[in-house]
Design a protein around this ligand. Structure first.
Ligand code: UDP
Ligand code: MG
Length: 310
């Protein structure tokens, strides 16, 4: 039995990118010897002509399968849908906008045949991303590395090859809020890294705005670390000690110099400062409680309207 490679591609309003995607991925797949392939396209509730275009492709090429989600569930959920539909011995999630070069697929397969269970594609060159995006990404990686106990590999996206055993392991992680990069890192397994240069989007525009990225980063912190919950205890303790020392100082000063009713300014500063610290810490609690709440509902991660070519 020849082995099977599954490509998993999430599509959200990618009508401009589909043609280019098919034109550059299919030739690469057709050159692959000794392995069969399938492409699992997940339509993540697109509101443009993405779905009909995908269905046209699927009508012409039965190895292109389409998972039609009932609405937009977000990239992480779309990837999960694809991973659960894929049957390949090796599985590669990749973006629809060709920012993940298909030319790397043969090299990934070679590393996999050489014994790797995970082959990571690392963006050696991010010069096509904006300064802002690179800077915030670097900060995000530094922070997660220092506050959580998983090793998030830097400059690695979802573009990677996963062996069947890794996919099965991933499917055992039941959480509803899926920060895929973190989940992948948590799994471990024998990993090989390949470098590539990240290009600009082939067509269309990025689906991740600044605020969406910020929420994505929050997801990353909260799913793998409880440090933000714990720092408040220490901050509170330090604040209390400082406040006590200051109280002693005031008492002594009043005993020695008498009371002339100054101190209004320092009280005002202390009240507003500690008030804000408390609000922030309640907010941090809220981030976690909100996630616990969503998690306890046990809702499915995504809903499928229809499977095409399965
Ligand atoms: N995507 C998705 N659902 C979403 C947002 C994005 O399936 O809600 C897909 C999108 O179609 C693309 C991939 O996720 O295939 C990466 O998105 P994008 O290129 O916009 O992200 P960026 O490269 O800017 O980080
Ligand atoms: Mg992109």
């Amino acid at each position: 039995m020849p082995q099977l490679l599954s490509l998993i591609v999430p599509f959200y309003n990618e009508e401009d990118a589909i043609g280019l995607f098919a034109a550059s991925v299919l030739p690469v797949l057709e050159t692959l010897a000794d392995i069969q392939w399938e492409i699992i396209c997940v339509d993540d509730g697109s509101r443009d002509a993405t779905l009909p275009r995908l269905l046209d492709l699927a009508a012409a090429q039965p190895l292109i399968r389409v998972v039609e989600l009932s609405r937009n569930f977000g990239k992480e959920a779309a990837l999960t849908a694809g991973l659960e539909a894929a049957r390949g011995d090796a599985v590669i999630p990749m973006d629809a906008d060709l920012q993940d070069p298909p030319e790397l697929i043969p090299q990934m397969l070679a590393a996999w045949r050489g014994g790797a269970e995970v082959v990571l594609a690392r963006r050696a060159d991010r010069s096509t991303d904006s300064m802002m995006k690179r800077g915030t990404a670097a900060l995000f990686y530094r922070l997660t590395r220092s506050i959580s106990n998983i090793e998030l590999p830097e400059n690695v996206g979802d573009f990677r090859l996963l062996d069947r055993t890794v996919v099965e392991a991933l499917r055992r992680l039941p959480e509803r809020q899926r920060f895929m990069k973190g989940l992948f890192a948590w799994l471990g397994f024998k990993t090989v890294v390949l470098d590539y240069a990240r290009t600009t989007r082939a067509a269309g525009s990025s689906k991740f705005s600044g605020f969406k990225l910020w929420n994505f980063a929050l997801e990353g912190f909260t799913s793998f670390s409880t440090t933000p919950l714990k720092i408040w205890t220490y901050l509170g303790a330090v604040g209390a000690v400082v406040a006590l020392i200051y109280a002693l100082f005031i008492m002594l000063r009043t005993l020695i110099l008498g009371n002339e009713v100054p101190g209004y300014a320092s009280i005002f500063v202390a009240v507003t400062f500690f008030g804000s610290v408390q609000l922030i810490s309640i907010g941090v609690l809220g981030e976690y409680i909100g996630r616990i709440y969503m998690e306890t509902k046990q809702r499915p991660i995504y809903l499928v309207r229809k499977f095409h070519n399965f």
